[in-house]
Write a protein that binds this ligand. Structure first.
Ligand SMILES: O=C(O)CCC(=O)C(=O)O
Length: 259
């Protein structure tokens, strides 16, 4: 770890203010600048771009993004970011319940990819029951202005828990299942390299297409309530692991989070 990375990490060894936690729980999203240093962001960006040649793309064939899942099990450098205890500590404070890692993924939008990530919630895709809180730490490994695949959220939509999974290639799908959301306030959050948004897994969000000449590189750590139980639905992360329906995800792929 570089000296600047060390300083950044020390700055995060603190309790989040009640205001930040309250704002996150009301809106379902908060931006935390500088969770890693710009130097470390560049190091992880290089590792992510290099890993593209070795790790299978889960979303091959789609122009929305290239998706590399559970990189922490396949790349020593990226493992450091997925298991970063300070990012996990922020997530733990925001969630207010003990957490475990669900999975990570690196999401790369190639230059001029021509496709937005359309509005969706994350949790309806997952094979989980009894999850009191789940959230993603979306860490920018490059500067992400609006033009490079930046996220927009509909604050407060994390109260909508019963919706079916929405198609993230269809700009109208979320509004088919929840038409009123079309008229809600939206918040767009550009990030500098090293900044992070934490968003609730039920919060409706989208990301613009990458209209720039450089790749948009994000590393996402997804955390779930440590007591979440497996419900047996098909999912590429859990299929074939031999998990028991109705039991917690006690498996080395889903380590509990410190603090
Ligand atoms: O990065 C993107 O394009 C979308 C990310 C997203 O939907 C998520 O992290 O939940």
């Amino acid at each position: 770890m570089t000296r600047s990375a060390d300083a950044t990490q020390q700055a995060f060894e603190r309790t989040l203010s009640d205001d930040v936690i309250e704002q996150y729980r009301r809106d379902g999203v908060t931006r935390i600048p500088g969770v890693i240093s710009r130097e470390d962001a560049a190091r992880f960006r290089d590792a992510a771009l290099a890993a593209q040649a070795r790790i299978a793309d889960h979303y091959a064939g789609s122009s929305i993004f290239n998706q590399y899942v559970n990189v922490w099990t396949q790349d020593e450098t990226l493992r450091e970011l997925t298991l970063n205890p300070l990012i996990a500590g922020v997530a733990r404070q925001l969630a207010g319940v003990p957490l475990r890692l669900w999975h990570d993924h690196v999401l790369i939008k190639p230059p001029h990819n021509g496709a937005a990530t359309e509005f969706h919630q994350d949790a309806p895709y997952w094979p989980h029951d009894n999850c009191r809180h789940a959230l993603s730490a979306w860490i920018a490994l490059v500067d992400v202005p609006v033009e490079r695949g930046c996220m927009t959220f509909i604050p407060g939509t994390h109260v909508h828990r019963g919706l079916r999974a929405q198609d993230l290639s269809d700009s109208k799908d979320l509004f088919r299942v929840a038409p009123d959301l079309q008229w809600e306030r939206r918040v767009t959050i550009p990030l500098r390299a090293g900044d992070c948004t934490f968003h609730n897994s039920y919060l409706a969000h989208t990301a613009t297409a990458n209209m720039t000449d450089d790749p948009r590189v994000a590393h996402v750590n997804i955390y779930i309530d440590a007591d979440t139980v497996y419900n047996g639905s098909a999912h590429p992360v859990t299929d074939g692991l031999g998990l028991q329906i109705g039991k917690p995800l006690d498996h080395e792929l889903f380590p509990t989070v410190p603090r």
